[in-house]
Design a protein around this ligand. Structure first.
Ligand code: NAD
Length: 437
């Protein structure tokens, strides 16, 4: 393929040299004359392992050259990659001026194009940018139509500086935020020689994924540093603690607890986060991240309450009461908090949980529900049927196995799915709302 790459920084120059090594003919575009000159004289514009020799080799084989002229770079190219910077502005938002400028140049170049061209945005941009900002610029400046004359994908980059050539050839995954099917095919063909799982999503999901991943990496680093500091203040070995934690791929570094759904609850998580923060306060260690966990959890409960109230229905049936599926433990169950808020908003609430029977609730479990939800005995429905008869909106608050096959029962009901149990169109005649899209 003939490929134009806009931006010869850490991402663009590695991508240019590696694609040239894969046999493509690449033209790199940058606004910095020094970078263009470096590439054209066979040198890497950035310091990165293995890159100097890759660039030298590609330039000698005439598979790679660089230019300041983006319009010229597009001549005969089937694919453009945008890899320019998106640094922070003063208010924290992303500066899109370089991606917009690159899109304008590509648009101008596309005026002369005689065949379908694919534009892949590799720069990290806020969700919605490709559809709302870049596609309109490309259409306006080219005078052509997206989907018909050219295609656009958001195609996030996952390489890490310091090992980016290795990461390029061995990525954790390939993600294509699809603007159109033809462009997805072009990119899937481009990456066929690189073995990695391929995910095709919407433009917005791919854009969001990139931010989610970087936020997750940042979160993990801060978490490890907070635990390290707390451990030190307690005379524990923080490195060992985090090492053992990280080696547990069943509970800790696993998909578990990483699904958008209900707030957490139960007898342990809230209690132990509170106690950990208390130890930190006593030892005068400031842990802003740990301190924010409970706030984040209650904020999420408020979002859930708002979603239920937004349906405008006052007769609410809640499915699930225990703090998670498979147990009858109601201690610190977020569902109890949800029901309390709905009652406060003058909703008529009924709740059904096949594992919970008033007569079998004992000890701390019973004391908790009696204290937090005195009206509980008259809210508890004895069956699905009883619950459905008395409500206009059903709130799925548990992903208990029993509820999995619930879709047919929920016909003609508005469903608020707080656990991601149903596909969003599951309720054929009613509406299905959820908190994570
Ligand atoms: N650096 C990383 O490890 C990494 C990893 C994944 C994703 N990203 C994302 O990729 C994008 C690029 O990152 P980077 O680190 O390579 O940036 P960078 O600052 O190293 O390089 C950007 C290059 O774009 C050039 N440029 C600016 N405007 C231009 C224009 N109109 N036309 C052509 N070139 C132009 C600049 O001169 C510069 O050489 C960013 O959005 C970044 O968030 C970076």
């Amino acid at each position: 393929m003939r490929i134009a790459i806009f931006g010869l920084g850490y991402v663009g120059s590695v991508t240019a040299a590696c694609l040239a090594k894969m046999g493509h003919t690449v033209v790199g575009v940058d606004i910095a004359p020094r970078k263009v000159e470096r590439v054209n004289t066979g040198h890497s514009p950035v310091a990165e392992q293995e890159l100097e020799s890759l660039v030298g080799c590609a330039v000698r084989q005439k598979r790679l050259r660089a230019t300041l002229d983006g319009v010229e770079a597009l001549a005969g190219a089937q694919l453009s990659l945008i890899a320019v910077g998106t640094p922070s502005l003063g208010d924290g938002s992303a500066d899109l001026s370089a991606v917009k400028a690159a899109a304008r140049q590509i648009g101008k170049g596309l005026r002369q194009a005689r065949s379908f061209h694919t534009v892949a945005v590799r720069s990290t941009v806020p969700p919605g940018t490709t559809a709302r900002v870049l596609i309109p610029i490309l259409e306006r400046t080219s005078g052509k139509k997206v989907g018909r004359d050219f295609g656009v994908c958001f195609h996030p980059e996952f390489l890490r500086e310091g090992s980016s050539v290795q990461d390029f050839f061995h990525p954790p995954k390939t993600v294509i935020g699809a603007g159109d099917k033809r462009s997805v095919k072009v990119l899937a063909r481009l990456w066929r020689p690189v073995r990695a799982p391929l995910w095709v999503t919407s433009l917005q999901s791919a854009e969001t994924l990139k931010y989610a991943e970087n936020a997750f990496h940042a979160l993990k680093i801060c978490f490890a540093n907070e635990i390290g500091s707390l451990a030190k203040s307690c005379g524990a070995n923080g490195r060992q603690v985090m090492d053992i934690l990280a080696r547990d791929t069943k509970l800790n570094l696993s998909p578990l607890y990483l699904k958008p759904g209900m707030p957490f609850g139960g007898p342990c998580l809230g209690k132990d986060v509170r106690a950990l923060c208390a130890v930190a306060r006593r030892n005068r260690v400031t842990l802003p991240l740990a301190g924010a966990i409970l706030k984040s959890n209650s904020r999420h409960l408020r979002r859930a309450v708002k979603l239920v109230l937004a349906t405008g229905k006052k007769r609410v049936g809640v499915l699930g009461l225990a703090f998670k599926a498979g147990t009858d433990d109601v201690r610190e169950s977020p569902v109890i908090g949800l029901i309390r808020e709905l009652l406060r908003a003058r909703c008529a609430v009924r709740v059904f949980d096949p594992r919970i029977h008033m007569e079998r609730l004992v000890g701390a479990n019973r004391a908790y529900v009696e204290r937090q939800l005195p009206a509980f005995p008259r809210l508890l429905a004895r069956s699905w049927k009883e619950l459905l008869k008395t409500c206009d909106v059903v709130v799925l608050a548990s992903n208990a196995a029993e509820f999995m096959a619930s879709a047919p029962r929920l016909k003609r009901k508005v469903v608020v799915d707080l656990v991601g149990l149903l596909p969003s169109q599951a309720s054929s005649t009613g509406r299905c709302l959820n908190l994570a899209g």
